[in-house]
Design a protein around this ligand. Structure first.
Ligand SMILES: Nc1nc2c(ncn2[C@@H]2O[C@H](COP(=O)(O)OP(=O)(O)OP(=O)(O)O)[C@@H](O)[C@H]2O)c(=O)[nH]1
Ligand SMILES: [Mg+2]
Length: 305
């Protein structure tokens, strides 16, 4: 995980340390070293804008340091500064409350709509969220408002059965907003704490999808709109985020498949460029592979040797 970006950051540390072990790092030194690093980051799928942001933040941290002012060794100090800069960027994605907290504090039932294009991991993520909420003692209902793709409802149903959670679906081709509303009505009748609504995962360029999603949102008035993004899609995930935000508004993001991005460039780009709070990250296919987004943990993966 994150191997390629990690290697590039290790190279940056080494080159900066070489300079600061005998003199102060100047802006020219920094630019010279970073121009090589920047190219490698771009080759490793880090978006150009993100590389530029890294350049600014790291410049601010590194220019002017000289080790004689510090007791620790040069590279230790350089790593600490790089950490500081990266943390500042990664913390922009912090989400103040996770879903367990929102459900426990929010109205009952707490209604969550999951959005996202095909195959990003919506259905799997809903199952993981249901598992987590159930484990904390909440009653959950899963709702298949994806009445479009053959197999989509059965997939969610299978998870619901495995998890022992009630499940609501409609006929194929039925109005997704009506199915979603059925889920909310069921929850109100049965004292359910959280309604998790799965929506159709078509390409975001499909114009019918906007109308369909807007209707779902208008009819069920969700307490939270979660956009599921696949960390492997890099720049495209950023476009998707803009699109869904315009269409229906996005409150938080769940970033899936972090475990599958061996290089780390794509995931890092998405984390730094979407400009939305990241509630959870998906790190595998098991129900327990959903973690709260913690910038420090990402940072450790980026900088571990
Ligand atoms: N490695 C890994 N795989 C994941 C993760 N989340 C989801 N997947 C896999 O991604 C694939 C697609 O997941 P789905 O949950 O079906 O995606 P979806 O968004 O519901 O897809 P559609 O219903 O077609 O729109 C499945 O094979 C999942 O097991 C994750 O965090 N890590
Ligand atoms: Mg699905």
């Amino acid at each position: 995980m994150f191997r390629r970006v990690r290697n590039v950051l290790a190279e940056l540390t080494k080159k900066v340390s070489e300079v600061v072990s005998y003199r102060e790092l100047t802006e020219e030194d920094f630019e010279r070293v970073f121009s090589e690093i920047g190219v490698k980051l771009i080759e490793g799928d880090v978006a150009y804008d993100v590389v530029e942001e890294l350049r600014e933040v790291l410049k601010k941290e590194l220019v002017g340091i000289k080790v004689s002012r510090f007791r620790a060794s040069a590279s230790k100090e350089v790593v600490a500064r790089i950490k500081e800069g990266l943390l500042e960027l990664l913390e922009r994605g912090l989400c103040s409350k996770d879903l367990v907290r929102l459900v426990s504090e929010g109205p009952k039932p707490y209604v969550v709509v999951f959005l996202g294009v095909n195959g990003v991991g919506k259905t799997t993520t809903i199952a993981k969220v249901a598992y987590s909420l159930k484990g904390r003692g909440f009653k959950v209902v899963m709702v298949a408002a994806d009445t479009f793709r053959a197999g989509a409802q059965e997939q969610l149903r299978l998870h619901a059965e495995r998890l022992g959670v009630p499940f609501i679906m409609g006929k194929y081709g039925a109005d997704p907003a009506a199915v979603a509303k059925d889920g909310v009505i069921y929850a109100e009748k049965h004292g359910i704490d959280a309604v998790l609504i799965d929506t159709a995962g078509r390409m975001h360029t499909d114009s019918n999808l906007v109308d369909e999603l807007r209707k779902v949102v208008r009819v069920v008035k969700p307490n939270l709109k979660v956009l599921v993004l696949d960390a492997l899609t890099g720049n495209d995930a950023v476009q998707q985020s803009v699109w869904f935000d315009r269409a229906v508004g996005v409150d938080v993001v769940i970033l899936t498949k972090l475990d599958a991005d061996a290089g780390g460039g794509s995931a890092l780009s998405v984390i730094l460029a979407i400009g939305k709070p990241i509630m959870y990250v998906g790190v595998g296919q098991r129900y327990s592979d959903l973690l709260i987004y913690r910038p420090n943990e990402i940072l450790n993966k980026l900088l571990s040797q």
